[in-house]
Design a protein around this ligand. Structure first.
Ligand SMILES: Cc1cc2nc3c(=O)[nH]c(=O)nc-3n(C[C@H](O)[C@H](O)[C@H](O)COP(=O)(O)OP(=O)(O)OC[C@H]3O[C@@H](n4cnc5c(N)ncnc54)[C@H](O)[C@@H]3O)c2cc1C
Ligand code: HEM
Length: 248
């Protein structure tokens, strides 16, 4: 729990951190991938190159930490992020790594302005936010496990259906032949592929068939310059094995 003094410091320093948000984010990711290159297999490095989505992680930490005393208001937002994290198999042990590199980036960007009190208060705020995320994600993983699902599982493409000049649907069945949990309306899954790019690649696709227990279907739009959408369109024929994770 943050002390009142830590809370006051966090709230007072949010504007200055947000003002430097862009530099903090860039510094954070540069440090993170230098210290933990294995995380390039979790993040979409194309997003990194474009620089838009990655901002959301660091900005979210800054924004949510500022509201740390009213976290009840963050319920739906936290659930959405947790769902994304779980689809990527993010684990509790990733949190200290992100926290350490975020604090380091704050220190580097603010320089002398990052007093020990400020760094300590932000460390406490991050720790509290991480605890909340970890516990929501643990509950999601437990719910999945109760439905017989843990992590990524191999699927085969059994049908490839062109829908238009730019959209192709892929029907995926589990390699183990076991019944699938019913998906919800709007549910997405993560496809994980190795050997297509430099890193392991994961992308999300909305399930485009009605709920059933033997297959999922995804409908993929060709993204100009996109790695995985073009790979699926051009190189994937029936029988490809992909790892799929659905947070059900
Ligand atoms: C919840 C969710 C559900 C989704 N559902 C669907 C769905 O049902 N169907 C669907 O088709 N998609 C869906 N998507 C999008 C999908 O996950 C992928 O983002 C999409 O297929 C593009 O992936 P890609 O690997 O082809 O492109 P990426 O390789 O990730 O590239 C994305 C874009 O970045 C550009 N880019 C790449 N490298 C650089 C660089 N160095 N500098 C600048 N720009 C660069 C590319 O040209 C491309 O335009 C969904 C996404 C989410 C988050
Ligand atoms: C308190 C800590 C964290 C917060 C507040 C946070 C917040 C966010 C937000 C807001 C998004 C965008 C969600 C969306 O697209 O719907 C996101 C995505 C993501 N987060 Fe987190 N996150 C945290 C910790 C972590 C950790 C520990 C990891 C693991 C290393 C991680 C990895 C990712 C990845 C890989 C994505 C997808 C973006 C991409 O691939 O570029 N996050 N996070």
């Amino acid at each position: 729990m943050l002390t009142d003094a830590q809370l006051a410091i966090v709230k007072a320093t949010v504007p200055v951190l947000q003002q430097h948000g862009e530099t903090i984010t860039k510094t954070f990711y540069r440090n993170l991938f230098a210290a933990h290159p294995e995380l390039k297999d979790i993040f979409n490095m194309a997003n990194q190159a474009k620089g838009d989505q990655p901002r959301s992680l660091a900005n979210a930490v800054l924004g949510y930490a500022a509201n740390i005393d009213q976290l009840a208001n963050l319920g739906p937002a936290v659930a959405k992020i947790a769902h994304k994290h779980c689809s990527l198999d993010i684990a509790p042990e990733h949190y200290p790594i992100v926290g350490e590199n975020l604090l380091k980036a704050i220190g580097q960007v603010l320089g002398d302005a990052a007093t020990p009190e400020i760094v300590d208060a932000w460390g406490a705020a991050y720790g509290q936010l991480a605890e909340i995320m970890i516990s929501v994600e643990r509950a999601m993983y437990e719910e999945d496990a109760a439905k017989g699902w843990a992590g990524f599982k191999p699927f085969r493409v059994v049908k490839k259906t062109p829908e238009s000049a730019v959209v192709t649907s892929f029907t995926l069945v589990p390699a183990d032949g076991k019944p699938l949990p019913l998906h919800k309306a709007g549910q997405y899954l993560s496809v994980r592929l190795e050997g297509v790019g430099e890193n392991v690649e994961m992308r999300q696709y909305t399930v485009s068939c009605a709920p059933n227990t033997d297959h999922y279907r995804i409908s993929v739009k060709r993204e100009p310059g996109g790695l995985i959408s073009n790979h699926l369109h051009d190189n994937v024929d029936e029988d490809l094995v992909a790892l799929v994770h659905v947070v059900v």
